[in-house]
Design a protein around this ligand. Structure first.
Ligand code: SAH
Ligand code: SF4
Length: 411
C-alpha cells in the first residue's frame, strides 16, 4: 500500500496498518466498490456533476453494484447513454483478483484472492443442506498468534479495505451465479425490491471467521458489513451475519452498537494459564473481563445467543473438569450462550493434536447436560486446507519455505 496510517485501538493494542479509503489506481480511476452512497455522491460531485445529478447517479450506480452485481457502467441501462462513458473514464467497479479457486470433495470451495497492491488472502464457501455460509477474511494475516492457528503464524501485512471485504461477498455471488438476471427495466417488482430473500439462495449466511481479527480492523469491517446489510445494498439480515473475535474487549460494545451482528467469541480455555498460552491476547484481556463484555453485548438475548468457540486440543483444554468449569463460567455471567466445539484442524508444524472423538463427545455431553447446547462442528474442506485455522496463503508459505532454505544454507 502506497500510503498507510496506523489505526489506534483503545487499550493500547498493537496498531495495525490501514489502507487508504480510496486507493488510487495506476490509471487514475477510482474504484467505487466498498464506498458508501454518500461517498460515491461526493466523488461524482467532485468529478463535476451538480449536486442533484450526483445524488441520482450515485443511487443508480449503488443499486446496480450491490443489487445486480454489475461491474460495467455500460450495462447500467437506466443511466443516460452519454453519461455511461463519462463514468467509465473516471471510475471502475472492482473485484479482488482470483488467483486460484479450489473445490473440496465435500463441496467446500476456497478462493485465493489478491489485492490490487499484491497481497494474498483467502475466502471459503461452505454449502450445507439448509444454508450456505461464506467465511470472509478481514486482514491479510493476523497479529495475534494464537498457538493453534495457522493464520496466526503469518505476519500481518495489512487490514483489508471495505471494498476488499465486501468484494469477497460480491465475488462469491458472481461465482455462485446469484445476481438477478435481465435488464432492470424488465424486472418484476419482487425481484427488484430492496430486500434479499434467502429462499433458494446458495449464499445465505456470512461469518467473519476467515483470516485476521475483525475487531482489529473495526472501521473497515463495519463499513463493509453496512453495505452487506443495507436494504439497497446486498440486503442480508444482520441475523445471518456472525463476527468472531478472539476477545478484543474494548471493541466489543461498539461491535454490538454500530454493527449489530451476532457475536462469536473464541474462548478455547477456561483457566488463565491455558488461555494465556493458546490465545496470547488473554494476557491483555483476561477471561473475566471478556465474559463481562459478553454479558453486556448489545443485542444478545436468549433468541440471539453468543456463540463460544472452543477448539478441542488433546490433553490441553479437553478434560471433564474443563467442561464443568466452562458451564460454571457461562452460568456465573448469566450468558445467553451456545458452545461450538471445533475439532482442532492440523497444519504443518502445529504443536497440538486434536482430542479423541470420544473425548469431544464426552465434553459435549457434560455441557449439554447442564442445559447449554454444545454441538461439535464438522470440519469442512480439510483436503484443501479450508477448515478453521488452516488458512494461510501460498505466497506466505513459499516465503517461509524460502526463509527456511536460506537459513539452512546459511547455517
Ligand atoms: N480471528 C477471529 C476469527 C477467525 S478464526 C477469531 O480468532 O475468533 C475462526 C475460528 O477458528 C476461531 O474460533 C479460531 O480460534 C478457530 N481456529 C483457529 N485455528 C484453528 C484450528 N487449527 N483448528 C480449529 N479451529 C481453529
Ligand atoms: Fe488471529 Fe483468530 Fe487465528 Fe487467533 S485464531 S491467530 S485471532 S485468526
Amino acid at each position: 500500500m502506497a500510503d498507510t496510517a496506523l489505526m489506534p485501538i483503545p487499550g493500547a493494542v498493537d496498531p495495525v496498518p490501514v489502507a487508504r479509503e480510496v486507493t488510487p489506481r495506476a490509471d487514475g480511476k477510482i474504484d467505487v466498490l466498498g464506498l458508501s452512497r454518500a461517498r460515491i455522491t461526493e466523488l461524482f460531485a467532485e468529478a463535476g456533476l451538480d449536486a442533484k445529478a450526483a445524488k441520482l447517479r450515485a443511487k443508480q450506480v449503488f443499486h446496480w453494484l450491490y443489487h445486480r452485481g454489475v461491474t460495467e457502467f455500460e450495462a447500467m441501462t437506466d443511466i443516460a447513454k452519454t453519461m455511461r462513458p463519462w463514468l467509465a473514464e473516471r471510475f471502475v467497479v472492482g473485484r479482488p483478483e482470483v488467483i486460484e479457486a479450489q473445490h473440496s470433495t465435500d463441496g467446500t470451495r476456497k478462493w485465493l484472492l489478491r489485492t490490487a497492491d499484491g497481497h494474498d488472502f483467502e475466502m471459503v464457501f461452505i454449502p450445507d443442506a439448509d444454508r450456505g455460509t461464506l467465511c470472509v477474511s478481514s486482514q491479510v494475516g493476523c497479529t495475534l498468534n494464537c498457538r493453534f492457528c495457522h493464520t496466526g503464524t503469518m505476519k500481518l501485512v495489512r487490514n483489508l479495505t471495505p471494498g476488499e471485504i465486501v468484494g469477497q461477498v460480491m465475488l462469491a455471488r458472481d461465482a455462485l451465479g446469484e445476481w438477478p438476471r435481465g435488464s432492470m427495466a424488465g424486472l418484476d417488482a419482487d425481484e427488484d425490491a430492496g430486500h434479499y430473500s434467502s429462499d433458494g439462495r446458495l449464499l445465505t449466511n456470512i461469518v467473519m471467521m476467515g483470516m485476521g481479527e475483525p475487531l482489529y480492523n473495526f472501521d473497515n469491517v463495519r463499513d463493509a458489513l453496512k453495505l452487506v446489510m443495507d436494504g439497497e445494498g446486498l440486503a442480508l439480515s444482520k441475523r445471518r451475519i456472525t463476527l468472531s473475535t478472539s476477545g478484543v474487549v474494548p471493541m466489543m460494545d461498539r461491535c454490538g452498537e454500530e454493527i449489530g451482528v451476532n457475536l462469536a467469541v473464541s474462548l478455547h480455555a477456561v483457566t488463565k494459564d491455558v488461555r494465556d498460552e493458546i490465545v496470547p491476547l488473554n494476557k491483555k484481556y483476561g477471561i473475566e473481563e471478556l465474559l463481562s463484555a459478553c454479558a453486556a453485548y448489545p443485542g444478545a438475548s436468549n433468541a440471539r445467543r453468543i456463540t463460544f468457540e472452543y477448539v478441542m486440543l488433546k490433553d490441553k483444554n479437553d478434560s471433564d473438569d474443563d467442561a464443568r468449569e466452562l458451564v460454571r463460567l457461562l452460568k456465573q455471567y448469566r450468558l445467553p450462550a451456545k458452545v461450538n466445539l471445533i475439532p482442532f484442524n492440523p497444519w504443518p508444524g502445529a504443536t497440538y493434536e486434536c482430542s479423541t472423538p470420544e473425548r469431544v463427545k464426552r465434553f459435549s455431553e457434560i455441557v449439554f447436560e447442564h442445559g447449554i447446547s454444545a454441538p461439535v462442528r464438522t470440519p469442512r474442506g480439510r483436503d484443501i486446507d479450508a477448515a478453521c485455522g488452516q488458512l494461510k496463503t501460498a505466497a506466505e508459505k513459499k516465503s517461509r519455505a524460502e526463509r527456511d532454505r536460506e537459513a539452512a544454507a546459511a547455517g
